[in-house]
Design a protein. Structure first.
Length: 297
């Protein structure tokens, strides 16, 4: 079962809002954050997730809250449509934990990790869209290198892209193990900066397959429209590309008042129990009063 990151810190950020508030958990996962929010008196949560399996598990977990929880299958970039179907115009808080869930990482069939051999899929929603292998097939070596460089911040991107395409041309690229082998062939097996040589490339392909940065940009842009005055947007990110986007967005003082001068990080105790929490960064901001916002929307 996926362990929700910084659950107490998230609740603390939302606890100052009104009793009976309506919240959006834009990345529902197994429902841990939603469960914590629903334990606040009379709250309502709209939980969104692209992963049908995660949504199914969360609905079981949160069934105890009855009609105070609404589970929605889809992307959070479609927040407007999701809220319209529920006849909601504004909400009191929005949370997005934009990292992968343990359920996705540890399922070989999803192809998210090189620690397990599985198909080169990487889709958060395995029912739609192109897989990682489709993406590799549909990009030239040059375009693939650009993608790996920008999304993975991988300085050996050109060498890696050529090796990946070469492996594909020789019918030697079908699984996560094959992909890691192609990467190691390009840059060697040694760790760089303490991380596996395949880490950055896997990250880049996953981000591209799922449009993760595009999804986050969409949420940052639309959140002020759907938050009440003094509503809170809280985002947990796991790599520098995402964190920079959130930090930059919250600098817009005509829209946001930051609640976190610096990002919150997991406690030592939490990291000890869940090492994946080590790279998490939580930033939150309050939407400014309606009168201030009206002039710019």
């Amino acid at each position: 079962m996926h362990t929700s990151i910084m659950r107490p810190e998230v609740v603390a950020l939302f606890s100052s809002l009104r009793t009976g508030g309506v919240y959006v958990d834009a990345t529902l996962g197994a429902g841990g954050h939603s469960e914590a929010i629903l334990q606040m008196p009379d709250t309502v949560v709209v939980g969104i997730d692209r992963d049908p399996r995660a949504l199914e598990l969360a609905r079981v977990r949160l069934a105890q809250f009855g009609d105070r929880f609404f589970g929605v299958h889809g992307r959070f970039s479609d927040l407007k449509e999701h809220l319209a179907r529920l006849e909601l115009e504004r909400v009191d808080g929005i949370l997005a934990d934009v990292g992968l869930s343990s359920m996705q990482i540890d399922d070989p069939a999803r192809g998210m990790s090189f620690r397990f051999e599985g198909p080169l899929d990487m889709r958060m929603d395995p029912t739609v869209g192109e897989t990682a292998l489709d993406l590799i097939d549909n990009h030239t070596a040059e375009d693939l290198a650009d993608l790996i460089y920008h999304y993975g911040e991988e300085r050996h991107s050109r060498r890696i892209a050529r090796s990946i395409k070469f492996a594909r041309e020789r019918n030697e690229l079908a699984t996560t193990t094959d992909l890691r082998r192609a990467i190691v062939r390009a840059v060697g097996p040694g760790r760089h900066g303490g991380i596996d040589p395949a880490t950055r490339t896997f990250q880049a392909l996953r981000i591209a397959v799922n449009g993760e940065l595009r999804e986050l940009a969409s949420l940052l842009e639309m959140a002020p429209t759907f938050l009440v005055s003094s509503g809170v947007l809280a985002i947990i990110s796991f790599h520098s590309l995402e964190d920079r986007m959130v930090k930059q967005a919250f600098k817009e003082r005509s829209i946001w008042r930051a609640l976190t001068k610096k990002p919150l990080t997991a406690s030592d105790a939490e990291v000890e129990g869940n090492p994946r929490a080590r790279s998490a960064k939580l930033r939150a901001a309050v939407r400014v009063e309606e009168e201030q916002l009206r002039g710019i929307t």
